[in-house]
Design a protein around this ligand. Structure first.
Ligand code: C2E
Ligand code: MG
Ligand code: MG
Ligand code: MG
Length: 292
């Protein structure tokens, strides 16, 4: 019985390992085709201003829309592309689609909203990521204020010098740099004094235990208060309930993002959402900065 059980467990394990290798293989052998054929698509998740509940931005999130396998999530292909030093090609593809959507708003004379894009820690190691991003921005003739640069905490430990240098270049050129997944890593507080982030995105792990654990609200309120004193804006990710949104607004969190408002939406659906909510556009920045 024991032996049989163990054999079964081994089979399950082997199958999992095999699936992982198969999907890794699939991603690597089809990546060029995916880029060429437009399978790599930016989805856009709305970001809301907490006090008004109105649309104030969006985040571009990568999807691999495979003709056979359907829509694949970033968790499946991003680690593989990072390991193969190919992730910057995906990131730049998503950034170009983001520039195109903002350019479209500009051409339609719609009010414009900034859209944030995710950079991988690997981007800072394998290319001059500032130069590449800024080249795309100039190609579409957009103000740097319209592209927010999201950097995860892991970048601070894997490529601190390269990040420091790139961050300075981004900010000198007029971009805002945001710290993604704040609080999910190890040295969050220490990092806030050495890096000059314009906004921190509070990781959704906090909200996961919001209802069951009363200390969560104390911690989140303290993070928001601390950020405020440091002159850093805050956005909370993963907002799923009205209770969470009410609490975050009360403790002064400026922006909210999560399924309560909308999922990440494919291009056309986002354009529709945007048209319905575009009058909610509110940014505490001179409007002409966007139209520069
Ligand atoms: P992230 O940048 O922290 O993005 C937020 C993730 O949370 C997204 O997952 C989003 O779909 C999900 N999310 C948003 N609201 C809610 C909610 O209310 N509840 C829950 N449970 N989840 C919510 P997604 O799209 O699967 O992306 C996962 C991660 O993959 C991202 O985390 C980011 O680190 C990475 N990623 C996504 N797109 C790109 C990209 O273009 N380039 C790079 N380098 N990384 C990317
Ligand atoms: Mg992000
Ligand atoms: Mg995040
Ligand atoms: Mg995350």
């Amino acid at each position: 019985y024991m032996a049989g059980n163990r054999q079964q467990l081994c089979c399950v394990y082997d199958q999992k390992v095999k699936d992982k290798y198969d999907s890794r293989d699939y991603v690597l052998t089809h990546f060029n085709e995916a880029l060429r054929e437009g399978w790599i698509q930016a989805y856009f998740q709305p970001e809301m201003r907490a006090i008004t509940g109105k649309l104030c931005g969006a985040e571009a999130l990568a999807r691999w829309v495979d003709p056979e396998k359907g829509v694949l999530s970033p968790g499946l292909f991003i680690p593989v592309l990072e390991e193969a030093n190919l992730i910057h090609r995906l990131d730049l593809c998503i950034i170009e689609q983001t520039c195109q959507i903002i350019r479209g708003m500009k051409d339609e004379n719609e009010p414009m909203i900034p859209i944030s894009v995710n950079l991988s820690r690997i981007d800072f190691q394998v290319c001059d990521i500032f130069k590449e991003v800024d080249r795309l921005r100039r190609k579409y003739d957009l103000s740097p204020k319209l592209l927010k640069i999201e950097v995860t905490e892991s970048t601070l430990t894997t490529a601190p010098e390269a990040l420091m240098r790139a961050m300075r270049e981004f900010q000198r050129a007029g971009y805002d740099v945001w710290m993604d997944d704040f609080g999910s890593g190890y040295s969050s507080l220490n990092n806030l004094q050495s890096y000059n982030f314009d906004l921190i995105k509070i990781d959704m792990i906090f909200l996961r235990n919001f209802a069951s654990n009363p200390s969560v609200s104390t911690i989140v309120a303290a993070i928001i208060d601390m950020a405020k004193r440091l002159g850093i804006q805050t956005l909370c990710e993963g907002v799923e309930t009205v209770e969470q949104a009410d609490f975050l607004r009360e403790v002064g969190c400026e922006r909210l993002q999560g399924f309560l408002f909308a999922q990440p939406l494919p291009f056309e659906e986002f354009i529709e959402y945007f048209s319905d909510h575009a009058d909610g556009y509110l940014e505490p920045v001179e409007e002409n900065e966007y139209y520069r």
